[in-house]
Design a protein around this ligand. Sequence first.
Ligand SMILES: [Zn+2]
Ligand SMILES: [Zn+2]
Length: 155
Amino acid sequence: MAGRGGGGRTDNIGRDNIGRDMDGQQDLRLTPQRRAVLEVLRAVHSHPTAAEVYDRVREVAPGIGAATVYRSLGLLVQAGQARELSLGNGTAARYDGNTSRHDHLVCDRCGRAVDIDLPSPVEMIVNELAHSTGFAITGYDLQLRGLCPSCRPGG
Ligand SMILES: [Zn+2]
Ligand SMILES: [Zn+2]
């Protein structure tokens, strides 16, 4: 397996969802169900849990089963068309339809995940490390943790 992200607890990152960021996307036959799941994912920026995706998909594709939605999510992640965010602390994984490289700000209390739109300073370190270690660095995950405005005391 390729390298891991920026340290920290990585034990619940089961599959190599690190390392896919900069890879090309693989072909995945888009059945109508998978397309519906993908469209829901791309339409929202809230990094929904699988259960939330299921709720939304049901609105556009009534009759679709939870198992189908969950399986589609897994396949889309495997194919590089969606990202799975492991937020740790036993919280449910969240899904991201934005597969371009970006980092997240994560709330420790409610699990809300927000995209970081600033240029990543890590990019420089990655390039430097690749140069000095000879590693072909294929990706990294950066999560800044804290409390979101609704969870902050007095906020
Ligand atoms: Zn919060
Ligand atoms: Zn995101």
